[in-house]
Design a protein around this ligand. Structure first.
Ligand SMILES: [Ca+2]
Length: 488
């Protein structure tokens, strides 16, 4: 070894002393769709079969108070940008308002800065058109992923087409198996000397419900409805594939450690919260699906809509099956990964915090008085956003303030304020708004300036309004888009 090399090695050792790792780790980030705490056996579901996720649960650092949006595309915008989705332009899952603004640097680009090989496989859902508003491409393989094998939204359940860096490929088999097969293939095709980042986003167990027979058979005599059984079968397929990936990683002889993350993108649902058996007030109806004691599901503003599983397994660093209660957010993924791989995010409007201290079991870097604002978005047309203004909630590290609707409409015609202490009242049943008037007033006062600032970030809405081309449920652009999506 030359003197220069010895100095470099010693310097690297000093740099990494105390943080617990000496090589840039590989990162595999798995995100599932419309699945949450209720769909993991370890959290008390006596019907569902998830032995591999249970094992991961036992070994991981488990973030128990980690929040994302209550919908697909907005959560993905948080993960990729480190911003609240509105500040990244994403206010919907449809109508070209799911386009992640093209004038910001996103997660895989930071991995490229750190010398990583990068891939995304599965559901992107951040580009319903080719180019963004400033003319830059929106496809993942043009935004920092060396390889993207993806569709814009839902991967067909059986024999899907997937787009690989711009070219469509036909696959045989079930989507869950294909995505994990391709993930392993991509890792194997790389040079071990180069660290890798893989983002694997399944489009199951999101509806439509369809799974291979052997997974459906597990729930044949479970007493579930056909739809519920199909939903659980899709979860079990994800579980089997997670197990396959975990075993493959364990057998693999690789000096570089791999961080494995399992996360979900919003509360549980089978084509909406109603399909999972919740009413519009977030409570489970008779025969509703187990939800680990949480109130609310996808698109709702209680814990069950936004507080999702986030398991991080890092051999030798975070592998003891501990719980963490820091108030975390999907916006924290980008700064956390940047911290791990040693690059500094240079977005002046970054809103997330690094969770690296939490991962290393050190005092959290997230401020104790952090406040998260969650908004369901999804107004019909950009001009209607004000009438959906209070389809929102505010979360502190103990309380949740919700503007609760009094009828099924998402609009704000009738709403009343409710405050819950979700730490002591998991199911958010006791409205204690009158006992904490000062706090309620303080949180409400924060909301007005936040909404004003958020509106400035909604570039897709603003663009449609400026051009006078509003895209919504009955617009011609939407019809064209729907037609194009069917071909995808
Ligand atoms: Ca989703």
């Amino acid at each position: 070894m030359t003197i220069k090399k010895i100095v470099l090695v010693v310097f690297t050792m000093i740099l990494n002393q105390g943080v617990g790792w000496s090589e840039k780790p590989n990162i595999i980030f798995v995100l599932t769709d419309d699945m949450s705490w209720g769909e993991i056996g370890r959290t008390g579901n006596e019907i569902i079969q998830t032995p591999h996720l249970d094992r991961l649960y036992d070994q991981s650092l488990r973030f128990r108070n980690f929040h994302v949006s209550s919908y697909c595309a907005p959560t993905r915008a948080q993960l990729m940008s480190g911003r609240h989705e509105f500040f990244a332009g994403v206010t919907d899952t449809r109508y070209e308002r799911d386009n992640l603004r093209d004038d910001i640097k996103i997660l895989p680009q930071y991995f490229k800065d750190a010398g990583y090989r990068t891939a995304m496989i599965g559901k992107w859902h951040l580009a319903s058109v080719e180019k963004g508003l400033t003319g830059n491409p929106l496809a993942p393989y043009r935004r920092g992923f060396d390889m993207a094998l993806y569709v814009r939204n839902q991967v067909n359940r059986f024999n899907p087409y997937l787009n690989r860096n711009g070219i469509n490929e036909k696959f045989e088999g079930y989507c869950g198996d294909i995505l994990f097969d391709e993930a392993i293939k991509w890792i194997e095709s790389g040079d071990e000397e180069q660290p890798h980042f893989l983002y694997l986003a399944t489009s199951i167990p999101h509806g439509p419900v369809a799974a291979p027979e052997k997974y459906l058979a597990i729930y044949e005599d479970s007493g579930l409805t056909e739809k519920q059984a199909g939903y659980y079968a899709m979860v079990s397929n994800v579980d089997t594939n997670m197990g396959r990936l975990m075993k493959w990683l364990e057998k693999r002889d690789n000096k570089r450690k791999t961080i494995l993350i399992f996360m979900t993108d919003n509360g549980h649902a089978i084509s909406g919260y109603q399909g999972a058996g919740h009413n519009f007030r977030g409570f489970l109806e008779k025969d509703g699906l187990y939800n680990a004691g949480l109130r609310g599901a996808k698109n709702q503003q209680w814990q069950g809509g936004t507080c999702v599983p986030f398991f991080l397994y890092w051999p030798g660093v975070a592998d003891k099956g501990l719980d963490n209660y820091t108030l975390g957010s999907g916006m924290d993924i980008l700064p956390t990964f940047c911290d791990i791989i040693g690059v500094k995010p240079d977005d002046p409007d970054l809103q997330g915090h690094s969770l690296l201290n939490d991962i290393l079991d050190k005092p959290s870097g997230v401020p104790q008085d952090r406040v998260l604002i969650n908004h369901a978005g999804r107004w019909n047309y950009p001009t209607e956003m004000e009438s959906f203004k209070y389809n929102a909630s505010i979360i502190t590290n103990r309380f949740r303030l919700v503007w609760e609707r009094e009828n099924k409409s998402n609009k704000d015609a009738k709403r009343s304020l409710a405050l819950y202490n979700y730490r002591t009242d998991l199911g958010e049943e006791s409205n204690i708004v009158n006992q904490h008037l000062e706090l309620v007033e303080k949180l409400q006062a924060m909301y007005e300036p936040w909404w004003k600032a958020a509106k400035k970030g909604m570039v897709n809405d603003l663009h449609q309004m400026k051009k006078g081309k509003l895209i919504g449920p009955s617009s011609s652009q939407n019809k064209r888009y729907k037609k194009a999506s069917k071909k995808n």
